[in-house]
Design a protein around this ligand. Structure first.
Ligand code: ADP
Length: 302
């Protein structure tokens, strides 16, 4: 079997999660990193999974890189920037409801697309690259364009580009800027993995089918519209429209990383030649396991 090289690009953060005894547990998480972590679990050892980002040179940044390496994720594509550190978020539990506070304004990851030659080297010879709307949101306009140029060039060389719009309005100056940037990114993507609750809200799509059509119109050959417990709607050039109904999860504990782990399940299956219906089933099965436990990174059985 041919070995594959997969890279995801974005920001991994320090997560401080409350424990029952009032103390906090330190974890590492972030949408594109979560997907890398699940891909590493799901793919055979012979496939390489790497992460592309930027961190500082301080102890916390080094601990994050050690965590990635220990998980089997390569970190050659993580730049180290001495005057910066990693972003952090804290989870607060109040009457069972989770709320999040972020410290990421000056995080190193905001500079991940600063160095064109570093990016060019990072994306070289990859079979699959995934990035997201959060990856774009943290970059300056100039760096965002630079990243999209590098990905467009990689696509021309044969790399499959996957993009999850992951629309987080509070990370953007306004909705229009976010919507425009997401469509610009979709233009360099082969596979787009939106969530209907976000895309319906932000673009006014009347149905998951309308979401598919909007991304097809800018050149995506494969679109998968996630919709929580509802039916998955997908399209691929080879197989046309395909739908899949996730098996309902009775007791949802924590939906963190539902979409990120779905992406990993779906992409790992497609990378190894699965038909759309089987890849959707794999994504749904992985995310169904993830939402039954607390936290972003949950051990799943394949
Ligand atoms: P996101 O986290 O990006 O908003 P979704 O909430 O749409 O993503 O969930 C991603 C996937 O997780 C869904 O397509 C589905 O397969 C699975 N999922 C989410 N919620 C449930 C649920 N209550 N029951 C079963 N599967 C679910």
């Amino acid at each position: 079997m041919r070995n594959h090289k997969i890279l995801t690009i974005g920001e991994c953060m320090v997560e401080m999660a409350p424990r029952e005894d009032g103390a906090y547990t330190r974890n590492f998480a972030g949408d594109s990193f979560n997907t890398a972590w699940y891909l590493r679990h799901l793919l055979p050892e012979s496939d390489q999974v790497g992460y592309c980002s930027a961190v500082g040179t301080d102890g916390l940044s080094t601990s994050m890189l050690s965590f990635m390496e220990a998980a089997g994720i390569t970190t050659q594509a993580v730049r180290r920037i001495p005057e910066r550190t990693v972003g952090l978020y804290m989870i607060e539990l109040s009457n069972g409801e989770r709320s999040f506070s972020y410290w990421r304004g000056e995080s190193a990851a905001k500079l991940l697309a600063q160095d064109r030659s570093f990016l060019d080297a990072a994306v070289m010879d990859q079979d699959l690259i995934l990035f997201s709307g959060i990856t774009l949101a943290i970059l300056s306009e100039q760096h965002r364009q630079q990243l999209l140029d590098v990905l467009a060039a990689a696509r021309v060389r044969g790399t499959t580009i996957a993009f999850d719009p992951n629309m987080r309005l509070r990370l953007w100056p306004d909705r229009q800027t976010m919507c425009d940037a997401v469509m610009q990114a979709a233009r360099v993507a082969d596979v787009v993995l939106p969530s209907f609750d976000e895309d319906g809200l932000n673009y006014g799509d009347a149905s998951p089918q309308a979401t598919i059509e909007r991304y097809r119109a800018v050149g995506a050959g494969c679109v998968v519209v996630k919709n929580g417990p509802e039916r998955l709607h997908a399209f691929s050039q080879q197989e046309g429209s395909v739908v899949f109904d996730p098996v309902p999860v009775e007791t949802v504990v924590d939906t963190t990383a539902a979409g990120d782990s779905f992406n990993a399940g779906f992409l790992s299956a497609r990378l190894h030649g699965a038909a759309m219906a089987d890849a959707l089933a794999k994504g749904a099965s992985v995310s169904a396991q993830v939402i039954k436990s607390r936290g972003a990174l949950v051990s799943v059985s394949i």
